[in-house]
Design a protein around this ligand. Structure first.
Ligand SMILES: [Zn+2]
Length: 415
């Protein structure tokens, strides 16, 4: 009884504390992942998924034989029942039946049914040692219930590689690299180190459809890792009802999202675009997400042909007949990539429709970030200080709901 009263008092105090925090909390809801019932974690001291595919792994999309073997090989996932198995978090434990290795906002957990894990040991009292990659792109090792482990054979016709270095999505069909298109994976910032799209192996799960995220609309979303989905590059709706994609399309080929994989809307020569994925690939298609840590993106060939509208155009283009340009200005005038940073072309912006190669200055910036890890040490430390900590007893509806000792459900979808 006394315990009940103490608990009620504690709840009341918690409620009062929450009320006092309300202005902060409601501001934070503008970014759903900022709403916090646990401290924001650190990436310091953790390995990223850089070696998930092995230390000597060669990131070569043209090596079809190796890639197809990887894409069709069985994958071990955590088999979760219930209503929202793909969004259920499993927290590995420090020993069989022990404590959670890590329990923090967005961190220390893997999602059920779709995320591949490596099995590291044999059954010990109903638990098995595994490793997986959490929302911060950190390699986490711990014990999960052995009964959760399930080997799944992926779809044997399609395979997808998402390369965080090239910011492209590659589609394989029947063992051949069929086509690729530009994407944007997650971009971390001080308050959101968990935005990085986690490296690893996944299966395509539910065809979710469209959802709204911070005023952007993300259509044709297919879930592959908890709150991370492959979806169309977002648009905003203007006052007259027009959908404006250009702001986010201009960023394709660079990190920009909250963890989702924003995918090209406009079909390429082979027809690849988000709609093609939505209509063609199948559930349980394997998705490999390649890490970019320590890798260098090379410059494009200086002799590469680029184009612009010499009658006052503001973009540079990859093709002479870009369909974003009015017919009377076609064909566009050619120049070389080596000239892009010279006076005549220095102010041209990258065309969001035909998505030409990035400028060297942008490539340099990305490579610099990868050289020192995009999750720089100052980042995580400052975010811990800056984020208000709400007591763990306050479970936010959009975040984590406890269902079992090592299983939690996460509700929100995010871009
Ligand atoms: Zn163009």
């Amino acid at each position: 009884m006394l315990r009940t009263i103490q608990r009620k008092t504690a709840l009341l105090l918690t409620a009062l504390l929450l009320l006092s925090l309300l202005p902060t909390a409601s501001l934070a809801t503008s970014s759903s992942k900022n709403v916090n019932n646990l401290p924001v974690g650190t990436t310091e001291g953790y390995e990223s998924g850089a070696n998930w595919f092995g230390e000597d792994f060669s990131y070569d999309v043209t090596d079809e034989e190796t890639m197809w073997e990887l894409l069709t090989r069985p994958i071990t996932v955590l088999d979760i029942g219930g209503d929202a198995p793909e969004k259920t978090r499993v927290y590995p434990l420090d020993s069989p039946g022990g404590e959670k290795v890590l329990y923090e906002f967005m961190g220390g957990s893997f999602f059920g049914n779709l995320g591949g894990v490596h099995v590291l040991g044999e059954d010990e009292d109903g638990y098995t040692l595994i490793e997986g990659i959490d929302d911060y792109d950190r390699l986490i090792t711990g014990y999960v219930k052995t009964r959760l482990l399930k080997e799944v054979t992926p779809n044997q016709k399609y395979g997808i590689i998402i390369d965080k270095l090239t910011q492209r999505l590659y589609v394989y069909i029947d063992g051949k690299l069929w086509s690729s298109c530009a994407i944007s994976t997650g971009l971390v910032n001080d308050a959101q180190p968990f935005n990085e799209t986690a490296t690893g192996e996944y299966l395509l799960g539910s065809w979710v459809g469209g959802f709204d995220s911070e005023g952007m609309y993300c259509d044709m979303a297919i879930r592959f890792n908890g709150g991370d989905l492959i979806h169309q590059v977002p648009y905003v709706t203007l006052g007259d009802g027009t959908k404006r994609f250009s702001k986010y399309e201009a960023l394709l080929g660079q990190k920009a999202s909250h963890g989702c994989v924003r995918t090209a809307r406009i079909a390429n020569e082979e027809g690849l675009c988000i709609r093609w994925l939505w209509e063609n690939v199948k559930k349980k298609t394997k998705v490999l997400v390649w890490d970019d840590d320590g890798r260098t993106l090379p410059y494009p060939d200086d002799a590469l042909d680029l184009y612009y509208n010499e009658n006052g155009g503001s973009y540079y283009h990859s093709v002479a007949d870009c369909n974003s340009v009015r017919d009377k200005y076609l064909p566009l005038t050619g120049f070389k990539y080596s000239e892009l940073d010279t006076a005549a072309y220095a102010d041209l912006e990258r065309c969001p429709t035909c998505l030409p190669e990035l400028r060297k200055s942008i490539i340099d910036k990305g490579n610099a970030a990868r050289g020192t890890s995009s999750l720089a040490s100052g980042t995580a430390a400052s975010s811990t200080d800056a984020t208000p900590t709400i007591p763990p007893s306050s479970i936010d509806g959009t975040m984590v709901i406890s269902t079992d000792d090592d299983v939690h459900i996460s509700i929100s979808d995010d871009d």
